[in-house]
Design a protein around this ligand. Sequence first.
Ligand code: NAG
Length: 285
Amino acid sequence: MPSVMKLALTGAVALLSALQANAAAWEARHGLTAEQFQKTFDDLQAKNYSLVDISGYTDNNSPRFAGIFKQHKSKPTFAARGEIKAENWHALFLQLRDEGFRPQVVDGYTVSGGARFATIWDKSSKTAWEERTGMSADGFQTVFDDLVDKKGYRLIYVSGYAEGKEARYAAIWEKTDKKTEWVARFGLTSEKYQEEFDKNLKNGLRPIQVNGYSVDGKTFFAAIWEKSDSIFEARHDMTSEKYQETFDDLVSKGYVLSVVSGYERGDGVRYAAIWDKKEEDVCGS
Ligand SMILES: *[C@@H]1O[C@H](CO)[C@@H](O)[C@H](O)[C@H]1NC(C)=O
């Protein structure tokens, strides 16, 4: 019921899909217009899939969507929207919060200089959470310091986007007893992100989320890393073709896509993504 995606628009197909025999079924799509994404959403929702990640971005100022869907044994409870304008965010926030949902993804993107959000909410956990949108870099840092250093929250999601020519951030924090070492960075150029990635990897920290975004013609990354010895693959600055190629290769090796982020770079759309190697499903069902 509340998982209606309110999307409406037009465009050309790009396709990614994977249905794995021995693991929970999942599907991924990228480069879809709002209309195409909505159709995919409706088709998959009817088969008890939930949307677990969504990325809104633009191709020549025209909205595009990428997403990851997971199938459940029974009808999942979640709520998703693809094209919420910044001025309508607060009303939606209050509505979903009052219905007992909590945000898992709040992905900002920019159409004609105006911010929009693609978002996913669910009822997966009862711990305290905080969410903010429309933060400047300084504002983000201030909220971050307050919640993380003083109040014991962890950042679980971050998205950069532009409002006019200025960077803005949307983020979600969760209060948790989890002590695993983690680190988050934002406003990184592609080279800085790679440096940070390499440095963190040496210290045993892997990316659990990455978000690419474009501000005034420049590309940046925001990401969260966590200490873990799980097996993963991460790539950024992939063209659509490279993304598809990498996707096919990794899926054939038993990886599952866990994060996808599309963004516009001067010469076209690029993707950043993270894949996780899944354990064999012992039950096989
Ligand atoms: C979806 O879940 C419901 C129970 O919530 C079940 O009755 C139905 O068969 C499931 N549909 C599919 C396609 O798995």
